[in-house]
Design a binder for this molecule. Structure first.
Ligand code: PNS
Length: 167
């Protein structure tokens, strides 16, 4: 069985991520979405919230099969890949600026664990500008994020930023 892992911070999950999830889930038998419990950067959404948002998006996306699971992880990605038996790491590439960083990480991961290979998906053009940090920036100022993230989580993401602004 080919197990792939799509790792990321997903703070929060965007339509660009969902596009990769849909396409990658057709490539492998099982796709694990690995949510990093960022120790260095402090995410806006807790690990549990990020996992729950992705699970909700998956449940609300009819074209997805039942071969997807969301699991949080800490530490090295390759250790998590070993633990779950993944041999494919999935990453999205939006632009050449992503490539330099991604190439270095992919090569490091392959050195650390030669059984694992990174497969890159070029982001669909309609999402090539999109990132979680853009969503956080726009939402932080109360802007419209409905065209950036899946409909099923728009209200929760708005609520989170509203509560941050009123703190
Ligand atoms: O969504 P992001 O923040 O671009 O995802 C980055 C991620 C999670 C893929 C990367 O930071 C990661 O794999 N972190 C775990 C630590 C690790 O294994 N680093 C790679 C070796 S340098």
């Amino acid at each position: 069985m080919k197990i792939g892992i799509y790792p990321g911070s997903f703070d929060p999950v965007t339509l660009g991520h969902l596009d990769i999830i849909i396409r990658a889930s057709r490539l492998v038998d099982k796709l694990i979405i690995g949510v990093l419990q960022n120790r260095s950067k402090k995410p806006v959404f807790s690990t549990e919230e990020r996992v729950e948002l992705i699970e909700r998006v998956i449940a609300s996306t009819p074209e997805l099969g039942d071969n997807i699971e969301v699991i949080s992880f800490d530490g090295l990605l390759v250790d998590f890949a070993k633990k779950i038996g993944a041999t494919i790491i999935v990453r999205g590439l939006r632009a050449i600026t992503d490539f330099e960083y991604e190439l270095q990480i992919a090569q490091t991961n392959h050195k650390l664990y030669p059984k694992v290979d990174t497969v890159f998906f070029t982001t669909s053009v309609e999402y090539s500008y999109l990132s979680s940090s853009t969503v956080r920036e726009v939402a932080g100022f109360g802007g419209d994020i409905s065209q950036f993230i899946p409909e099923s989580i728009v209200h929760s993401v708005y609520d989170k930023f509203r509560s941050i602004r009123s703190d």
